[in-house]
Design a binder for this molecule. Sequence first.
Ligand code: NAD
Ligand code: UDP
Length: 312
Amino acid sequence: MPRTLITGGSGFLGSHLCDRFIAEGHEVVCMDNLITGSTDNIAHLMGHERFEFVKHDVSNYIFLAGPVDNVLHFASPASPIDYLELPIQTLKVGSLGTHNALGLAKAKGATFLIASTSEVYGDPLIHPQPETYWGNVNPIGSRGVYDEAKRFAEAITMAYHRYHGVDTRILRIFNTYGPRMRLDDGRALPAFMGQALRGEPITVFGDGSQTRSFQYVDDLVEGIWRLLASGEHDPVNIGNPDEVSILEFAQEVVALTGSSSEIVHKELPADDPKIRQPDITRAREILGWEPRVDRADGLKRTLDYFRDAVAA
Ligand code: NAD
Ligand code: UDP
């Protein structure tokens, strides 16, 4: 039975991965310091004979007895308000945490997968973004703590592959949404759904002409499963190319919830990327992967979760 360590396993994405790997028959070790995650996300797995939760900050040395076949490094604050509030922890988990997770993978002979991000492209000057694009990141801007931590994480992952022969994967995740996002994590979807369901004004930053391409979490999890199995060491974008302006996205949420909330405009945060869309040619060719859930369907699937979260 394969044994898989998922760092950040109590977060939004990590908990969905725990579910998938348990369903595939793996033993899963979920390691998390709960800095932005919650045991609520894994409560249904507690007590499962193949599931173990370990509370640990992976920026410190990771002790784990027994064999490990896969290390999926997802630990990191991920929403702009989280990493702006936790800049040093974000830099540490992307650098020291990735080093520790790679060291563990090397010691155990495990396959290593890093959760990187479309933020490595920064405010992109090429559109859509292929993996060959080196990006346009402001290293000393407030978002730089996240973007540069992930760029370092990719660099050290390639170094462990080239110099230590570790079997590595680099996954560049584009904006992903779904159940178990924290209502107050400040990202566009939780913010808009929370505001719409409470009848509060919907806060669109800037004029809302900036774009994003949102993918539903189940599509991402399938992409991760395939990438892990693929043997591909170079970065692979996983995202839904269906691009939308943030203003239009806010209007879609208002329409879906049937809310009477009005849209108000707030100041655009510094270095907020103006456009973003994944080029998924490599994912299509190498993994035979493409997204299956369109935004209208994905938003419907997510609404019930946010209704409960707002009511709680
Ligand atoms: P999240 O905040 O819900 O999950 C992150 C988890 O990591 C949390 O449970 C948190 O407690 C844990 N964590 C943070 N620092 C830690 C540390 N030092 N030691 C142990 N645990 C720690 O965020 P998410 O959206 O699930 O993101 C998960 C990963 O995916 C992150 O690495 C993020 O950068 C990456 N990612 C996410 C998206 C997205 O759209 N959700 C996009 C690109 C990349
Ligand atoms: N955004 C917004 N209102 C909010 C939260 C976010 O207009 O209440 C905008 C934000 O400025 C960005 C886009 O929505 O242009 C996506 O933001 P998110 O934090 O979800 O993701 P990221 O900026 O990391 O792609």
